[in-house]
Design a protein around this ligand. Structure first.
Ligand code: ZN
Length: 190
């Protein structure tokens, strides 16, 4: 390996550890919505996906919107409630135990339901039309009190080659992707 290459790899490692400390951040291109997720929460999602391996799994995202009100900071993720239904191309998240858990987090940390995560085994992290219908139902449901829910999807091989994508259901009734925008661009007008 050339010195130059070695230096570049070292930079990559540094960048990754800095990202892990602060959490990973993504934004919609218009910068109206952001998500920040700590590496620990993402690791938990990956571990749960590894365990599910060939079938879909998922859970909910919990956290809060930070001061500026448009960046969702994820602080906790759930696994799949025991009444969930899993298959190779379908996941129906159950509800058992979730409300109690949410109540506890609300009184302890003031954090609340932000949206859903799920895993597409050995497939692209692209929302299916059913995923879209489900997130729309949540956006409209009085039970959730969350008109703009997030959807985080993990795809690929969870052991060796996974990727994740994040979306937000916006008031104009569509899923918009949150993408990687370098931080020094965030303050600028697009
Ligand atoms: Zn899906």
């Amino acid at each position: 390996m050339s010195l130059h290459k070695a230096k570049r790899n070292a930079d990559l490692v540094d960048l990754r550890s800095a990202e892990e400390a602060q959490g990973l951040e993504r934004w919609t291109v218009d910068r109206r919505f952001g998500i920040r997720i700590p590496a620990g929460c993402l690791n938990r999602i990956i571990k749960l996906s590894q365990k599910a391996d060939r079938v879909e799994t998922g859970g909910i995202l919990v956290g809060r919107y930070v001061s500026t009100h448009h960046c969702a900071e994820v602080t906790d993720v759930s696994g799949a409630p025991s009444d969930s239904k899993h298959s190779v191309s379908r996941f129906l998240r159950g509800i058992l135990g979730l409300q109690r858990w949410l109540n506890r987090l609300w009184s302890k940390n003031g954090t609340y339901y932000l949206g859903e995560w799920h895993y597409h085994p050995y497939a692209e992290a692209v929302p299916s039309s059913m995923d879209e219908d489900e997130i729309e139902d949540i956006a409209k449901s009085a039970n959730y009190q969350c008109p703009e829910p997030l959807l985080l999807i993990v795809g690929g091989d969870p052991h060796h080659d996974w990727h994740w994508r994040a979306f937000v259901w916006t008031a104009d009734a569509r899923l918009t992707e949150l993408v990687d925008i370098p931080e020094h661009h965030l303050g600028q007008t697009p």
